[in-house]
Design a protein around this ligand. Structure first.
Ligand code: NAP
Length: 265
């Protein structure tokens, strides 16, 4: 059970956002959704394919404000276009966007990076990194009306070698660089773009990484706080970056990892 207290306020009352990447109740995206809703935001969600529709629908129905749902495979430009056409009709303007989407072939999250196939590389980059650029572009007309904030989820494997993270580390490096370039492109429109680098959290995507339990254990043993991060802590940091409390921050990666990254040994 989580030790993190639940905070509530009207900080985001009247603000609207869209969240990409809820698969189930363990998803980091769902943790972020709950934090945002606890501070008054109205949310829209996307799901990838009918397989996930019911699960996302059930979760969204627990929120007090109506939450539109749209299908979206982020590798399909038409899906992205449809999402924002519908969102434009239902929400008009938008104040934030949350990107919690990543995918790589299971065989590329085991063994050596040296064995990564061309296909596997493209797929991981397309779903996990290019998608941020495509979504930011599609969201820009809605975010620029009042200024807005975009947050994407990343991981330390972008800058350090983490066993088995492999092709996803390359994709996260690309995602983090995209965050900086997009922040530069969109800053004049008062649209901020930041990343949250979370320590390992036991989710569906994480369980696809070979040896994930060892990752959790190493993290716990080495992090200054002596434990794994809680999803609510990741969510509260995303909330901060999506809210006006962080109005002077853009192009940054904030680490929510119980201090793991600062350790040399
Ligand atoms: P998750 O619940 O499995 O979420 C990943 C989401 O990405 C799922 O909803 C998944 O849908 C979606 N997705 C994959 N391919 C897609 C596509 N082509 N189009 C649209 N959506 C697609 O796992 P999570 O751990 O919360 O992951 C959320 C984000 O946090 C990811 O960017 C991940 O890299 C990042 N992160 C996770 C950790 C961790 O330890 N868990 C740590 C740091 C950062 P499907 O289920 O249909 O594939």
């Amino acid at each position: 059970m989580s030790e993190t207290p639940v905070f509530t306020s009207d900080l985001l009352k009247g603000k609207k956002g869209i969240i990409f990447g809820v698969a189930n109740k363990r998803s980091i995206a769902w943790g972020i959704a709950q934090a945002l809703a606890n501070h008054g935001a109205q949310l829209a969600f996307t799901y990838q394919g009918d397989r996930l529709k019911e699960s996302v629908q059930d979760l969204a129905s627990t929120l007090t404000q109506p939450s539109p749902l749209y299908p979206c495979d982020v590798t399909k430009d038409d899906d992205i276009k449809n999402v924002f056409e519908q969102l434009g009709r239902e929400f008009g303007s938008l104040q934030f966007l949350v990107h919690c989407v990543a995918y790589a072939k299971k065989e590329d999250l085991a063994g050596k990076t040296l064995d990564t196939s061309r296909d596997g590389f493209h797929l991981a980059q397309d779903v996990s990194a290019y998608s941020l650029i495509a979504l930011a572009k599609a969201a820009e007309p809605f975010l620029e009306k009042e200024g807005g904030s975009i947050v994407a989820l990343t991981y330390l494997g972008s800058e350090k070698v983490i066993p088995h993270y492999n092709v996803m580390g390359l994709a996260k490096a690309s995602l983090e660089s995209s965050i900086r370039y997009l922040a530069s492109d969109l800053g004049k429109k008062n649209i901020r773009v930041n990343g949250v680098s979370a320590g390992p959290v036991n989710t569906l995507a994480a369980r696809g990484i070979s040896g994930f339990t060892t990752m959790l254990e190493n993290h716990r043993n080495r992090a200054p706080l002596g434990r794994n991060v809680e999803i609510e802590e990741v969510a509260n940091t995303a909330l901060f970056l999506l809210s006006p409390l962080s109005s002077g921050i853009t192009g940054e990666i904030l680490y929510v990892d119980c201090g793991y990254r600062i350790m040399g040994a």
